[in-house]
Ligand binder design. Sequence first.
Ligand SMILES: [Fe+2]
Ligand SMILES: [Fe+2]
Length: 257
Amino acid sequence: MVIRIAAVGDVHLDQDVVGRFRPALEQLPESADVLLLAGDLTRHGTESEARCVATEFGDLGVPVVAVLGNHDHHCDEVPAVIRVLEDAGILVLEGTNVVLECAGVRLGIAGAKGFGGGFAGRCASEFGEPEMKAFVRTTSAIADQLGEALREMDCDLRVALTHYAPVPDTLAGEPPEIYPFLGSYLLGQAIDSAPTELALHGHAHAGSERGTTPGGVRVRNVAHPVIKQAYSVFHLHPPYAGATAGKVSAVSAGGSS
Ligand SMILES: [Fe+2]
Ligand SMILES: [Fe+2]
């Protein structure tokens, strides 16, 4: 038994990109049970760009679950963006979760956009000016919601979906000076607070694909400029009776774009 999870982030859709992913997406039901979108679905977060996302990623024949990214917030049209996506059947998570039934296996997905702050030894702290404290508290609150959303699920396999990175490993290739704006160790702690099998994120266009949380959870950066294909597919093996956790056994290539 294998559960196949397709994922991509940072597709940054607008009119000029519509149709680029669709040929590969038409084949999706043959290679994946679900598609996860790791944020930055639009270029500037407008309602019209969200309609492009709905056109490209709607009616795929498999469930589509998304988180938003920082670009999707830029024009302050988040409620409209979410409405357009959900009207197209794309479920948007923010500190929330969903459990999907895939061939008798309960696949739990918890998602949140995440935020910045940096990583152990090089991170912002909740100290000093109100603005700095608000910055760190924002990440802390999002991480708390993600952790709770992961822990509360009654499922066989758990996947965490964020836009910002939970570990520095998958940022390798980005300038170290901007790591604090690309992710936070608090997201990694949240992922490690539950028996998570796989953590997917985007945002780091110049980062690298593979990483691991301190607790041993596999992390994959699925930003489109990193994976250089329409989506990657991850194979998860549910735990057998008596086992305590599933395993990510293989990563296979998805379609091209
Ligand atoms: Fe992006
Ligand atoms: Fe981003």
